[in-house]
Design a protein around this ligand. Structure first.
Ligand code: FAD
Ligand code: 2HG
Ligand code: ZN
Length: 476
C-alpha cells in the first residue's frame, strides 16, 4: 500500500472528516469495525470509511485502487466466518455500509423492494410489511445484519424451505467494482435471459468481487394466518419422515421446518431468560413446524390437526403441542436463542453443513461415533434448518475442560465431521459462507476444475486481488 496519509487525505476529500475513522484517533469507534459481533474474529483496519451514496462508494474504491489499498466491505458484522473483518496487517480499508440506509423504492404492483445495502434486514422486512407484503428472509440476526451482507453471503435462515435462499429473491443489484466503476443492474424483472446472469456472481461472493450498494428484492404476499407445531421426535429419521408428511398434507403452506437436539434446547433454557420447552427435555429432538396461509380466513389450526393425525398414524412423532400468536413467538425465541446461548458455554465450534435429507440420520450417527472416539463427553449442539438438509452441527467442550485444551482438538473434531460430510455427498457451508474460517477446508474438498473456475472469475473482476483478499479463496 502507498502512503497511508495520502490515502486518508484522498478519502476525506470524498466523504469528509466525519466519514473516515483513523486508528489512534477514533479507537473507541473503530473497535466495532475491527472485530465481528461475536468477538470471534478480529483484525486491524488501516482506516474505516463510511460513504453515504453510491457515488461516494465509487470514489472511495477509485481512491483505494489509486493507492493500492485492499478493501474489506462490511455490513452489520454478524457474519459467522470472519469475512467482514480486516486482517492483522493494518493495511486494509474497511468500507462500511452503515450510511447506505435508504429505501429507494417499493413497487406494490411488481412486488419488489429496492433498498440500499446498509438497510438493516428487519427494517427492510418492516418496509415490505407496511405495504401488506412479505420479505421472506428471516434469521436470528435480522435486527442487526444488513441487506448487503445477506446478499453477499447468500444467507439462508428459516424461510428457505418455502421461499428459497437470498439468491432466489434477488432480482437486481447495483455494484461498485474494484476499480470504482458502477454496474447498475437494478432491474426488477422476473425473466431476463440476456446473457450471463451477472448478479448471481455477486450473490454469495462475500465481498470478494465488489461492493453491493443497492438491491432489488422480490416480495411475496403476506402470510395472514400462522400456526406452529412443537413436536417431540425420537430420531432425525422421524423428523425427515414428518417433513414428507407435512408436505403431503399442507403443500406450500409448510413455511418452516426446524429441529433442535436436546443439548441445544437445554443451553437456551440455561442462558436465555424467559424461555420454556413445552415438551420437556426427554425428547432427543424437537421439531418446530410452521404452517402459514395468505388467506385471512384460512383454518390453519384444522390443517395442523390433520398433519398431527397423519404423522401419528405413521409413528413419526412422540408428542406435540400446537401454538399460535405469542406462544408461537415464544417457540421461535427458543429456536433463535441457540446461537447466542452456545456462546455462554465457551468456544463454539461451528459447522454449518448440509446433506441430502435421506442421508441426514446416517450422517449424524457416523459423526457421533467419530466424535466420541476423539473427545468423549464433547457436547454436540446440533440444530437447524433440517427441512433444507442444513444442520448447524456445532460442538461445545465437555464440562470442566479448559478452552485451550478443547480448541487444540478443534481441527480433529472438525475433520471427523467434514470427512462424513464428504462421504455423504454434502457441503461444509450450507448458508454461512467461507470467509477465512472455512476457506481452506472448502478448497480441500473442491476439484481443481472448480477452483480454477472460481479463481478465473476472481481474476476477471478483481485482477489486482484487492477486494477482500484472503476471503473465500486464498490470496494469490
Ligand atoms: P457482514 O458480517 O458485515 O459481512 C458478511 C460478508 O459479506 C463479509 O464477507 C463482507 O465482506 C460481505 N459484505 C457485507 N456487506 C457487503 C456489501 N454491501 N457488498 C459486498 N460485500 C459485503 N446466516 C444465515 O444464512 N442464516 C441464519 O439463520 C443466520 N442466523 C444468524 C444468527 C445470528 C445470531 C448471527 C450472529 C448470524 C447469523 N447468520 C445467519 C450469519 C450471517 O451470515 C447473517 O447474519 C448475514 O448474512 C450477515 O449480514 P451482515 O450485514 O452482518 O454482513
Ligand atoms: C441459525 O440458524 C444461525 O441459528 C446461526 O444460522 C447458527 O450460530 C450458529 O451456528
Ligand atoms: Zn442457520
Amino acid at each position: 500500500m502507498a502512503d497511508p496519509d495520502l490515502l486518508r487525505t484522498a478519502l476525506v476529500d470524498v466523504v469528509g472528516e466525519r466519514g473516515v475513522l483513523v486508528p489512534g484517533v477514533h479507537d473507541d469507534r473503530l473497535a466495532t469495525y475491527a472485530a465481528d459481533w461475536r468477538g470471534a474474529y478480529a483484525g486491524r483496519p488501516a482506516l474505516v470509511v463510511l460513504p453515504s451514496t453510491t457515488d461516494e462508494v465509487a470514489a472511495v474504491l477509485r481512491a483505494c485502487a489509486a493507492h493500492g489499498a485492499a478493501v474489506v466491505p462490511q455490513g452489520g458484522n454478524t457474519g459467522l466466518c470472519g469475512g467482514a473483518v480486516p486482517d492483522a496487517s493494518g493495511t486494509q480499508v474497511v468500507v462500511s455500509t452503515d450510511r447506505l440506509r435508504a429505501v429507494r423504492d417499493l413497487d406494490v404492483a411488481n412486488r419488489t423492494l429496492t433498498v440500499e445495502a446498509g438497510v438493516v434486514l428487519a427494517d427492510a422486512q418492516a418496509a415490505a410489511g407496511a405495504a401488506g407484503l412479505l420479505l421472506p428472509l428471516t434469521m436470528g440476526s435480522q435486527g442487526r445484519c444488513t441487506v448487503g451482507g445477506v446478499v453477499a453471503t447468500n444467507a439462508g435462515g428459516t424461510g428457505v424451505l418455502r421461499y428459497g435462499s437470498t439468491r432466489a429473491l434477488v432480482l437486481g443489484l447495483e455494484v461498485v467494482l474494484p476499480d470504482g466503476r458502477v454496474w447498475d443492474g437494478l432491474r426488477g424483472l422476473r425473466k431476463d435471459n440476456t446473457g450471463y446472469d451477472l448478479k448471481q456472481l455477486f450473490v454469495g461472493a462475500e465481498g470478494t468481487l465488489g461492493v453491493v450498494t443497492a438491491v432489488v428484492l422480490a416480495l411475496q404476499p403476506a402470510v395472514r394466518r400462522r400456526v406452529g407445531l412443537w413436536v417431540g421426535l425420537d430420531s432425525l429419521a422421524a423428523a425427515v419422515g414428518l417433513l414428507g408428511t407435512a408436505r403431503e398434507v399442507a403443500g406450500e403452506r409448510v413455511t418452516a421446518f426446524e429441529v433442535m437436539s436436546a443439548p441445544s434446547r437445554a443451553m437456551v433454557l440455561d442462558h436465555v431468560p424467559g424461555t420454556r420447552d413445552p415438551l420437556g427435555p426427554e425428547h432427543p429432538w424437537c421439531g418446530l413446524v410452521e404452517l402459514g396461509d395468505t388467506a385471512p380466513d384460512a383454518d390453519v389450526e384444522a390443517l395442523a390437526e390433520r398433519l398431527l393425525t397423519a404423522a401419528a398414524e405413521r409413528d413419526q412423532l412422540v408428542d406435540a403441542v400446537v401454538a399460535t400468536g405469542p406462544q408461537l413467538d415464544a417457540l421461535w425465541a427458543l429456536r433463535e436463542g441457540i446461537s447466542e446461548a452456545q456462546n455462554h458455554e465457551g468456544p463454539s465450534l461451528k459447522h454449518d453443513v448440509s446433506v441430502a435429507l435421506g442421508s441426514m440420520a446416517d450422517y449424524v450417527a457416523a459423526c457421533d461415533a467419530g466424535l466420541a472416539r476423539e473427545l468423549p463427553g464433547v457436547r454436540v449442539v446440533a440444530y437447524g434448518h433440517v427441512g433444507d438438509g442444513n444442520l448447524h452441527h456445532n460442538l461445545s467442550k465437555p464440562p470442566g475442560t479448559d478452552d485451550a485444551d478443547f480448541l487444540a482438538l478443534a481441527p480433529r473434531l472438525t475433520e471427523v465431521l467434514y470427512a462424513q460430510v464428504a462421504a455423504h455427498g454434502g457441503s461444509i457451508s450450507a448458508e454461512h459462507g467461507l470467509g477465512t474460517a472455512k476457506r481452506d477446508a472448502a478448497a480441500a474438498y473442491k476439484s481443481d476444475v472448480e477452483l480454477d473456475l472460481m479463481r478465473a472469475v476472481k481474476r476477471a473482476i478483481d485482477p489486482d486481488g484487492r477486494m477482500n483478499p484472503g476471503k473465500v479463496l486464498a490470496a494469490s
